[in-house]
Every structure is written in structure tokens, then in C-alpha cells.
Design a protein around this ligand. Structure first.
Ligand code: FES
Length: 156
């Protein structure tokens, strides 16, 4: 099956984030962090955030996962740094909609993460795409979290 030019562009951006991840590593001054695993494959991601005055000042991720999971985490950090906690949570909610094939009002705010919208055609990969974003939600909703390990639920 031939790829359309748009599919080729999407694929190139996803591969670029996978090969050259943004904000991968450890954040020394993290105020909250969480580890979350994908029960369908056992892959794990760690998210660290520096949240001050209600703003996500910095973010890092580490872990092991497929190309989609790692590129999604990279895209997520780009999208959320500099945003308020509420804005970051809204982005996570919007991303969850996008990968289920649903429309959202402000696609531009998701940045490169919109390139993962095609995952909606592959339901088995949706958890790969949302792993880091679910970790983000948990980290922001429980900001005293200092590294608790969790597991993505089967219905997420
Ligand atoms: Fe494990 Fe994608 S196969 S996160």
C-alpha cells in the first residue's frame, strides 16, 4: 500500500522524535515524578516534572518502549513545557481524544503530537501513544508523587 505524502510526513516526524528525543533524561530539580507501565507489553516510562507557581517549567522522560511510545513522550514534553498545569492537563485530555479519532478544538496546541493522530486506525497501539500522557496526568493530579510506580489500566 503506497503511503500518501501526508503519511510520509507524519512518519518522518515520528521517527525524528524517536531517534532524536527531546527532553529525554533526568531532571535534577523535579518536583514530581512517576513511573507507569503499559500492561499490554510491559514497557515502562518515567516522567519527571518541575512545577513552580502552577507552571510546568521543565520536563524529562526516560524509559523503554516502542517508537510510538518514545516519540509520543518526546512530543509531550515539547507541548507542555511552559504551560500551566491546567493547560497541560487539557492537552493530555485532547491527545487522548485525537488518538481515538475524535476532533479537538485546538489541534495546534498539541504541536507535533498531532502527527500521532493516525494511531486511531490501530487500536492496539493507542496505549503506546498515551502512556506518557497518562503518566503526565497522574503526576499533575498527585504533585506530591515522588516516583510511585503505576500501571496503565486496561480501559485507558
Ligand atoms: Fe510497548 Fe508500545 S509496544 S509501549
Amino acid at each position: 500500500m503506497a503511503l500518501t505524502k501526508l503519511d510520509q510526513l507524519y512518519r518522518a516526524v515520528i521517527l525524528d522524535h524517536s531517534k532524536n528525543p527531546r527532553h529525554r533524561g533526568v531532571l535534577d530539580q523535579a518536583t514530581t515524578q512517576i513511573e507507569l507501565n503499559n500492561p499490554t507489553c510491559g514497557d515502562v516510562i518515567q516522567i519527571q516534572l518541575l512545577v513552580e507557581d502552577g507552571i510546568v517549567k521543565d520536563a524529562r522522560f526516560e524509559g523503554s518502549g516502542c517508537t510510538i511510545a518514545m516519540s509520543s513522550a518526546s512530543m509531550m514534553t515539547e507541548a507542555i513545557i511552559g504551560k500551566t498545569e491546567a493547560e497541560a492537563l487539557k492537552l493530555a485530555a485532547d491527545f487522548s481524544q485525537v488518538v481515538q479519532g475524535k476532533a479537538v478544538e485546538n489541534e495546534e496546541a498539541l504541536g507535533d503530537a498531532m502527527m500521532l493522530s493516525g494511531v486511531s486506525k490501530f487500536p492496539a497501539r493507542i496505549k503506546c501513544a498515551t502512556l506518557s500522557w497518562k503518566a503526565l496526568e497522574i503526576a499533575l493530579q498527585d504533585k506530591d508523587n515522588q516516583g510511585t510506580a503505576g500501571q496503565l489500566k486496561h480501559d485507558e
